[in-house]
Design a binder for this molecule. Structure first.
Ligand SMILES: Nc1ncnc2c1ncn2[C@@H]1O[C@H](COP(=O)(O)OP(=O)(O)O)[C@@H](O)[C@H]1O
Ligand SMILES: [Mg+2]
Length: 601
């Protein structure tokens, strides 16, 4: 498949990605994010206060002797110890609380970003594997990467504060120790960075593979699909395929983990070496009389804290390179522009609408095969149009162009003489009542809500009932214990399950409830029994005379009295006209019609 022009992979700097994470964290949870950053900074300073107090006490005893130590110095230092111990534990509890609120806020925020992006981009993009690979990383790793980055930033604020205090102390106490400590910690950053990048690359490179194993586990986990697997005794086979797919990935991960382990051990050895040399240098200083015992104690704290802070910083920033890659992909995702761009002209749904296809040709994005070839058509306001043809002829594709799921590759669709592309997309959709072959019934919503979702701008229970009556589902609904308030989906408490045909009736009722000026029905009765089908078509003809109706149907008896019948074959219009005209042509339509009629004799 060719690449989609609207999917652009950028390589952003760590800095840019972090700024994005912090900005979004503050947008998603302003108060709690700022509080977290402040708490982290406060706590980092307090350990020095604690050990500073201890050092003062020991120094005072060493300097003045046990008997002569100044009580006010001892008490003052003790107060420092108490403050340095108590405040951090309180702040830590506060931090935990703030963290869990911020965590939830951010999850909501990120999900909102994802949902609104899914609203703004088009199906053409969504169904492309390139998008799916990006979406896999963005949706599965984006949120985690965001929280991880925000955690790292908040921890780093603490560590940077600690590092500054420790550095200043070490410059005063022993600059050479400072140099040794820095030198021993630097490799940690590069080792962690390498590990992190490798992990992220593996994740990104294997999203197709991951989706492969999901495609094997999903049918086992979803009730609708599990039925078929069981009927064909396929659960074991799918389970095996899943294990094979996941096993191959885990093998790669294991190899990577081994490399990571080696790097981590190397980093630790270097750090301990740095620590030992520093320790040795400080002991030497005591021998030379350059340091009091209390200061020795403080210096050890400073060294430990310096080392743990610099190690944590380097480790965290090294690891951030993994999160960076996920966030980078998440940012790519948020920047996807739709292929189908909305215009700004508004349509009046109450004025008559004329639709014209002018030499329209179409290939699906990323493919070259022409699915529609040079289609020219006119649909007048209030006209009844039937589209017929064999499977794969291009009927649904034609509807997808009209509903702007896709735009034509060549030619134009005109609405009231103006290109469809110039109209506001939402305004155009308001003119359409669409029932596709793949329709949705929404679980957990009631029957009434399922119908009312057809038009959220009105709340008309009477019209819900009228629509349900037209599609013959009303009889079923009134026999339910809760009637129109019955929840749909047995997986929810009190929910009921509809049969396939009943579901189609419910979905059709939703489309009728919309009462749009243009009704588009793609095989609307494919799963519906013959008696109901007959009633539904009678209702459609009798009650919807002022709406333009475009119906795709395989049953010619349903559509023979349409104003215009269009027979599509291999993406081209083969025959076109009223039933009588087409029979008069003595061509394919007549042949297909008679074949069906034969079957009923
Ligand atoms: N999303 C898609 N991407 C690529 N090809 C598609 C897609 N959807 C349908 N096609 C192809 O377009 C052709 C016409 O499909 P369609 O319009 O759905 O036929 P029908 O006349 O049965 O409704 C088929 O050959 C199908 O394989
Ligand atoms: Mg179809």
């Amino acid at each position: 498949m060719a690449k989609l022009p609207n999917i652009i992979e950028k390589d952003r700097s760590l800095w840019k990605v972090l700024v994005f994470a912090i900005r979004e964290s503050i947008k998603g949870s302003p108060g709690y994010s700022v509080a977290r950053y402040i708490f982290a900074t406060i706590n980092a300073t307090l350990i020095f206060v604690q050990f500073g107090g201890l050092a003062i006490i020991v120094n005072e005893f060493t300097r003045a002797g046990i008997q002569n130590a100044h009580l006010n110095v001892i008490v003052g230092a003790f107060a420092l110890i108490v403050t340095g111990t108590l405040v951090p534990s309180i702040v830590a509890s506060l931090s935990n609380f703030v963290f869990s609120v911020q965590f939830n806020d951010m999850q909501k925020h990120i999900q909102k970003i994802i949902f609104s992006k899914m609203d703004s981009i088009d199906i053409a993009t969504v169904e492309h594997s390139e998008f799916q690979n990006m979406f896999d990383v963005a949706s599965n790793r984006g949120w985690g990467a965001m929280t991880n980055s925000v955690n790292t930033v908040s921890n780093s604020l603490g560590n940077i504060t600690a590092l500054v205090i420790a550095t200043v102390s070490l410059i005063v106490i022993s600059p050479i120790v400072l140099v040794v400590l820095i030198a021993s910690a630097v490799p940690t950053y590069f080792l962690e960075k390498k590990n992190a990048e490798r992990t992220a690359e593996l994740w990104k490179a294997s999203s197709e593979q991951r989706r492969t194993w999901n495609s094997k586990s999903e049918p086992i986990n979803k009730k609708d699909k599990l039925i078929e697997l069981k009927n064909f005794n396929l659960v074991k086979i799918f389970s095996r395929k899943w294990q094979e797919a996941i096993g191959a990935y885990y093998d790669k991960e294991k190899k990577l983990d081994k490399k990571t382990l080696g790097n981590e051990i190397l980093g630790d050895v270097l750090l301990i070496l740095g620590y030992s040399i520093s320790f040795f240098l400080i002991i030497l200083k005591i021998y030379e009389g350059g340091l009091l015992l209390g200061s020795l104690l403080f210096t050890f704290t400073v060294i430990s804290r310096f080392q743990s802070a610099i190690q944590a910083l380097f480790e965290n920033f090294g690891r951030l390179n993994e999160q960076k890659k996920y966030l980078n992909t998440f940012m790519d995702f948020t920047e996807i522009k739709p292929l189908i761009v909305s215009g700004d002209k508004l349509l009046d749904p109450h004025a008559p609408i004329t639709i014209e296809f002018k030499n329209v040709s179409f290939s699906y994005p990323g493919t070259t095969k022409k699915i529609l070839k040079d289609i020219s058509l006119v649909f007048s306001p209030g006209e009844n149009i039937a589209i017929v043809g064999l499977n794969g002829a291009g009927k649904t594709t034609l509807i997808k162009l009209l509903t702007r799921v896709y735009d034509p590759t060549k030619g134009k669709i005109l609405v009231n003489g103006i290109s469809l592309k110039e109209y506001d997309l939402k305004s155009w959709k308001e003119c359409l009542g669409i029932l596709l072959q793949e329709y949705a019934i929404y679980s957990e919503e009631t029957v009434e809500e399922n119908i009312m979702l057809g038009d959220t701008s009105k709340h008309d229970s009477k019209f819900v009932i009228a629509s349900a009556q037209e599609t013959t589902i009303a009889d079923v609904i009134v026999s339910l214990p809760e009637k129109y308030n019955q929840k749909v989906g047995t997986e929810f408490k009190g929910g009921v399950e509809f049969s396939k045909g009943q579901k189609q009736k419910l979905a059709l009722a939703r489309t009728l409830y919309r009462n749009a000026p243009i009704m588009i029905l793609d095989e609307p009765t494919a799963s519906i029994d013959a008696v109901s089908e007959d009633t539904i078509f009678k209702h459609l003809k009798a009650n919807h005379t002022d709406q333009t109706r475009i119906v795709i149907s395989h049953k010619f008896s349903n559509v023979r009295d349409s104003d215009q019948i269009i027979l599509i074959q291999n993406g081209s219009i083969l025959e076109q006209g009223s039933h009588e005209e087409l029979i008069g042509l003595n061509g394919t339509y007549k042949e297909l019609f008679e074949l069906q009629a034969e079957g009923y004799r």
